[in-house]
Design a protein around this ligand. Structure first.
Ligand SMILES: CC(C)(COP(=O)(O)OP(=O)(O)OC[C@H]1O[C@@H](n2cnc3c(N)ncnc32)[C@H](O)[C@@H]1OP(=O)(O)O)[C@@H](O)C(=O)NCCC(=O)NCCS
Length: 186
């Protein structure tokens, strides 16, 4: 029988609230996407490290689609949960909402998935993570979706590696017709 430890999803669920101050603004007056990404990385680490009770690194970030701009003065709330754990990796699901108190408006900013890997601090090698106790249907569904995303990402990485290795540059240059670029000519 495995002697792996198991922990609940709830035990590492994390919420982070941050007021969007003027120094976070870009030239257009909205909050910089990079500020939000940095807060997402912070909460992903906190959530993963609480599950592992140890050191983790960010291995990858799933596509981040900003659905709504965030304004200075709004309160950003980030909620993070461990969706899936593999051997040494964890998928952290992060939901971000922004709230305008004066207008009473709450907007969904984005939902993204971070893959964190637990590391031994001395050897800098990945180490096994505790398993996940799934307590309801939602947690089971999230775990299964995380497992599928891990598989798809791994297939995508191998496919891109193959494509890069076999790139027929002349054929691809000919296929650039209609693309929004111009080839440099001396
Ligand atoms: C992420 C990292 C630890 C993976 O190392 P590796 O030698 O490829 O390790 P492995 O092949 O044993 O994979 C370990 C786990 O990471 C996962 N993994 C590796 N590369 C990944 C990637 N690009 N995206 C998602 N998961 C990845 C593997 O699926 C595996 O998961 P599992 O153990 O749950 O099955 C390594 O690439 C690294 O240290 N990267 C730098 C991370 C960092 O410094 N981040 C902060 C940047 S400022």
């Amino acid at each position: 029988m495995s002697d792996r430890e198991y922990r609940t999803v709830k035990s590492s669920q994390t919420v982070l609230k941050e007021l969007m101050v003027p120094s976070y603004a870009n030239f257009g007056g909205k909050v910089h996407g990079g500020v939000i990404l940095s807060l997402m990385d912070k909460i992903a680490y906190t959530c993963a490290a609480s599950h592992v009770k140890g050191y983790c690194v960010t291995a990858s970030v799933d596509s981040v689609n900003f659905l709504n701009p965030v304004e200075v003065g709004e309160l950003l709330t980030l909620s993070a949960s461990v969706n899936y754990v593999g051997n040494s990796s964890l998928e952290i699901g992060i939901k971000v909402i922004s709230e305008d108190f004066r207008l009473g408006i709450v907007k969904h900013t984005n939902t993204s998935y971070f893959t964190m890997v637990a590391m031994d601090e001395e050897s800098r090698k990945p180490v096994p993570v505790p398993g996940l106790i799934l307590e309801d249907e939602r947690e089971i569904k999230r775990f299964i979706e995380g497992k599928i995303r891990k598989q798809l990402k791994s297939e995508h990485r191998s496919e891109m590696k193959k494509i890069r290795g076999n790139l027929d540059l002349i054929r691809e240059i000919n296929a650039l017709d209609g693309e929004n670029c111009r080839l440099y000519q001396s």
